[in-house]
Ligand binder design. Structure first.
Ligand SMILES: [Fe+2]
Length: 343
């Protein structure tokens, strides 16, 4: 493929005339917009150690009262995309949020889809679409687009969770906004999807709720991983998907979540797929090779991999399992028909 002309090849008065008419020549930018064979991404493999985030987030609690922050969040930003753009990848935003005892996150709903992974603390409760429930470490709580949600913290220590949103996608589409609401009535009963393969029926009718399950307790996910680990050959990956139990589809329209367990000493090579991926270590410690960048991580660390990056994960403990929750952009890629896996 031949090199194309650049802006420097053009007379300055011609470039000025173009810009004065709100016109831009395509050919100097064409190879970046449509590179041959494979996309280019600004997303860099990035590691956000919990040991770095935690003290800085606690300091934010001392420096900034909740009234001045509304959401006391440190954004896990990808330097390749520009820190001030607040993106982990092209579609995914990550933010570590701190709620101190007695504080609340008032009721609201927004167009971006969101989920949170509980990282530290006890005594907080979330209400999503009228369903109230506790939040424990490793729990994954969904707040899909348009559903009311609020949090309360009646425990005694700091409470922290990792927010995962499709905010960059929604901002890019010019559809991102929030609406504040009055406190919710706790009306919706807790989900009763307690057993695999068995669905609740109210008077013989299955629910038509778009999001029948909003909270995925880590204890149950871990039980599923443990059971799978027993029956899975050592060279196969132990992984479960977080799904809508009524449809089997992704639990959010834009971001897919899964949980992975690597047995002591185990390593796994993940397929090179088009979506960017985020990894959060719920238990254990390990190493990752992300496109040649080595990440050494421990419990509560977070890291990301660009789309099409090779990713090799390894549990560096000889005794304890490594458990990760992952989030990726595959639902968007599948809906747009651009999902790819390359060997
Ligand atoms: Fe929210």
């Amino acid at each position: 493929m031949n090199d194309l002309g650049t802006l420097d090849d053009l007379p300055a008065d011609y470039v000025d005339a173009l810009r004065g008419a709100n016109l831009v020549p395509l050919w100097p930018a064409l190879r970046n917009l449509l590179p041959p064979g494979a996309p280019r991404t600004a997303t860099q493999p990035t590691h956000w150690p919990w040991a770095s985030i935690r003290p800085l987030l606690l300091r934010a609690g001392a420096l900034t009262p909740i009234e001045k922050a509304e959401r006391r969040v440190l954004v896990l930003a990808n330097p390749g995309r520009g820190l001030d753009n607040l993106q982990a990848s092209s579609c995914i935003y990550l933010g570590m949020q701190l709620v101190l005892p007695g504080e609340t996150a008032p009721n609201h709903r927004h167009t971006p889809n969101a989920a949170r992974i509980v990282v530290e603390g006890e005594g907080a409760c979330t209400i999503v679409a009228g369903e109230a429930g506790p939040m424990h470490r490793g729990d994954l709580v969904m707040t899909p687009s348009g559903l009311w949600h609020e949090q309360h913290h009646e425990g005694s220590g700091p409470f922290m969770w990792l927010d995962v949103l499709d905010l960059p996608l929604m901002v890019g589409l010019d559809v991102s906004y929030v609406i504040q609401g009055d406190p919710q009535q706790r009306l919706r009963p807790p989900s009763v999807y307690a057993a695999g393969g068995v669905l609740p029926r109210l008077h013989g009718v299955r629910t038509t709720a778009r999001y029948p399950l909003l909270r995925y307790a880590w204890t149950r996910t871990r039980e599923a991983l443990d059971a799978l680990a027993v029956s899975t050959p050592q060279d196969k990956r132990v992984e479960v998907a977080y799904v809508n139990p009524e449809t089997g589809g992704d639990c959010l329209d834009t971001i897919a979540f899964s949980a992975m367990l690597l047995r002591p000493g185990e390593s796994q090579v993940l397929p090179k797929a088009s979506p960017a991926r985020v990894f959060h270590a719920v238990e254990g410690e390990g190493t990752a090779d992300v496109g040649g960048t080595r990440v050494s991580f421990v419990q509560a660390d977070t890291f990301c991999a660009p789309g099409f990056a090779s990713v090799t994960l390894a549990n560096r403990s000889a005794r304890t399992p490594l458990c990760l929750i992952t989030a990726d952009e595959s639902p968007v890629h599948r809906k747009l028909g651009v999902f790819e896996v390359r060997s």
